[in-house]
Write a protein of this length. Structure first.
Lengths: 338, 338
């Protein structure tokens, strides 16, 4: 009997040992960032995460302080040939046009409805603001959320022939998950409209609405015949771009991020603010270098300009992702380029 | 040998059985709200939490939608004889006075420094705004955070002879924990300054800064000799009171709460907004009825007025907490009244 017991114990210990070995082997093989090619960018991310999560390590950062902020357009999803929200605005304008016969002869509606973007952009910020307010204000917040959600169901990108929600970058989706698995709180800090992005943030990025910071218009709480509503007013409240990004982060989060991700000059101040933190941190630029699988642009682009971003990144030693060489795939679907 | 094995198995199963029985008995006895007396208010809270967390129940609410919003002054901690933040402002004014000899002869500083609150309040909102801006603006957000934190270390309430951070209501601290244990996200939605409350929210309420919504002044991101700072400007950005509360909730969270807690007319719109939700929800007013252990006030009070709150609560069937009879203790320390 004693022998049997000893054998049982031995067997149990052996199983445990091999079990553990197998688990370790699996862990060693498991790659949380499979769409990232091996190289400097991937190492910078993995090394940073290891450093701030290693208990008793010199760079350990407690969980509540693990704040990571991501720009949206051009960093988490495609921003070319123009911001998705602008495409939504034009589509919305067309949908509303029958109720506004006067738009036919009135700028900037006339140019926008005719698809004459050149004339529209020539009108500058004032023209664009008018288009935005006509399509984003004048309804309740609940109604707007529904309008945006409905639009995203059917709207498709012409070049990639897929819904805009499928134009999120697979490597960045993996990065979001990887950070969350390591107890980071992931935020979107977008120059785009806060409620526009919130309408899809949970579905596309697994980011709840309260972790989206963005540009906003003023709202007004009102009693609509005994039913309280929050009305969207045609007046700008806050522009979450440039200086606005660190200001928005301070207002909404009240804590400095330890990781920030951007792709253009509009994200520069957010990266500077993150870089000025005393704790170990990661600043990363996504550089669009892949004309075949996505787009290639920087200084000369109409959207996502990098007049200062790349210079500053080099100067400060920030990580610059070269999409062409650093990413093994761009999107999650089977074919990247159709 | 076989007998021994059988006995071993029997012993193991017996231990397991008695172990489980003991655990169930403990669970049945465990009261998550020990400072709440049995009664309508406590039942309303417990029944609500059970209903929205019961998987497959008709009122089940998924975890990400379990948003609970709490007013701070008078709901989570004492607001009499005046808001803690105002006491901070007066103390701060005194600390700054040596650098401002001109204040001696200049209103509203003269009255404030002389402790002549009657003259000060007679000057209305303009006087108060001047005091607030002189004490809350003109420094970086990091500096302000430090100033507030330092003040809270030594400042004490005269009547209760304890730091203001120890004037949080024990029953409400238990309620916050109880909701969080049931996967609620707990928010403070205060008429007070967002960064003032954030300085102590984690320590006092276990609520991180990003879950504090409050009134704010404008800020400006600036490069201070190569070091980026966020400066606090002497201009109001947002008043998170009355209509502002649901507007702030929509802006910061983007989701309607299913539980809201207030104590005055400033919280009314937040409760109305919560009450208008289609999912099961809880609206609760803390009614100050205990002059001996805390304060008793409603319609006639200078702070925490209830001109409409109580009427609306009755009309809509909201839960009204009677502090005197519903709470077995007010504060966490040994003696409630000294």
């Amino acid at each position: 009997m004693r022998l049997r017991i000893r054998l049982t114990v031995l067997f149990a210990l052996t199983s445990l040992f091999f079990g553990l070995t197998q688990t370790s082997a699996l862990a060693a093989k498991f790659d949380p960032l499979p769409s990232w090619n091996e190289g400097k960018s991937k190492s910078a991310i993995v090394d940073f995460v290891k450093a701030v999560t290693e208990k008793d390590g010199k760079d350990f950062v407690p969980e509540p302080e693990r704040i990571a902020t991501f720009d949206n357009d051009g960093t988490l999803w495609v921003e070319q040939p123009m911001y998705t929200q602008l495409i939504f605005a034009f589509d919305r304008l067309k949908a509303l046009a029958p109720q506004h016969p006067e738009w036919k002869d009135q700028e900037p509606y006339k140019s926008a409805l005719a698809g004459d973007l050149k004339a529209l952009f020539a009108g500058g910020d004032k023209y664009l603001a008018t288009i935005m307010m006509s399509t984003h204000a004048g309804m309740s917040s609940t109604e707007f959320d529904q309008i945006v959600k409905t639009w995203f169901v059917t709207a498709e990108d012409g070049r990639f022939e897929r819904p805009y929600t499928k134009l999120a970058y697979q490597p960045m989706l993996e990065l979001l998950s990887y950070l969350r698995d390591n107890k980071f709180k992931t935020y979107i800090v977008t120059g785009g409209g806060i409620e526009f992005v919130r309408a899809i943030s949970e579905r596309v990025y697994d980011i709840p609405p309260e972790q989206v910071i963005g540009s906003s218009i003023k709202t007004k709480f009102e009693d609509d015949n005994g039913k309280p509503v929050i009305l969207r007013l045609a007046a700008i409240d806050f522009i979450d771009d440039g200086n606005g990004k660190p200001e928005g982060i301070e207002k909404f989060i009240g804590r400095r991020p330890i990781a920030a991700f951007g792709n253009s000059d509009g994200d520069l101040e957010m990266l500077q603010w993150t870089d000025a933190g005393v704790k170990k941190h990661l600043c990363l630029y996504v550089h669009h270098t892949d004309a075949l699988r996505e787009y290639a642009y920087d200084r000369d682009s109409k959207v996502g300009r990098l007049d200062h971003g790349l210079d500053q990144a080099k100067q400060h030693g920030w990580t610059v992702v070269d999409m062409k060489s650093d990413w093994s795939r761009i999107f999650s679907a089977e074919s990247d380029h159709r």
